[in-house]
Ligand binder design. Structure first.
Ligand code: SF4
Ligand code: SF4
Ligand code: FES
Length: 197
């Protein structure tokens, strides 16, 4: 077992566990969006940031990908962590303003408005990539993936071309943290997945 502290409380982790897995074992709340136990963690959303402190030294890490290690001191509610969280929620509110799930989660952490520019009032996708990862890692297909870069980044079929690879299993809908996949599942079922994402 690996022994360390979260919020000054002694915790024990099995070899291979992350900080997030250990925190969940002890019912210590850390918000997450791109994490789902069904797939390997990607560290995409950064919402699960925590602070590691040792003497006068500290650094912030994504708890869903940072391995539990002997003797570390982890803090989940420091000013630094809260500031990062607020910043990320504000970015999410700007990138997916139509998502009631994101709005509710942000509100729970005290964030109800954003300083960032909203480009599309109707957008709900946060580009967490969970849908594509479950399609590849669990279903064994790669019917969808994150395509393009920067502001043009979106979820789509490879090369944004019509594809027959999708079997309409719905796994991507199940893991999506917003209602994006659900809202387009009719098109997914019709295998019209080159253009709908
Ligand atoms: S459709 Fe859903 S699961 Fe896929 S990237 Fe967007 S928010 Fe994430
Ligand atoms: S519905 Fe299609 S895109 Fe979604 S996980 Fe299943 S095969 Fe992949
Ligand atoms: S939940 Fe850890 S980076 Fe998204």
């Amino acid at each position: 077992m690996i022994r360390f502290k979260i919020n000054d409380k002694e915790v024990k982790a099995r070899k291979g566990w992350t900080i997030l897995e250990t925190a969940r074992e002890y019912n210590i709340e850390i918000p997450t969006l791109c994490f789902n136990e069904a797939v390997a963690p990607s560290g995409a959303c950064r919402l699960c940031m925590v602070e590691l402190k040792e003497g006068g030294w500290s650094k912030t890490v994504a708890s869903c990908i940072y391995p539990a290690a002997e003797g570390i001191n982890v803090y989940t509610e420091t000013d630094k962590v809260k500031n990062i969280r607020r910043w990320i929620f504000e970015m999410l509110l700007a990138s997916s303003p139509a998502s009631s799930e994101i709005a509710a989660m942000a509100k729970k952490y005290g964030v109800t408005s954003t300083r960032f520019t909203i480009k599309d009032q109707n957008e709900t996708c946060i580009l967490c990539g969970l849908c594509a990862r479950v399609c590849e890692e669990v279903v064994g297909l790669s019917a969808i993936s994150i395509v393009d870069r920067g502001v043009r980044k979106k979820i789509g079929a490879p090369f944004m071309q019509p594809t027959d690879v999708c079997v309409a299993c719905g796994c991507c809908v199940t893991v999506c943290p917003t209602d994006k996949m659900e809202s387009i599942f009719d098109n997914v079922r019709k295998k019209n997945i080159s253009t709908v994402y």
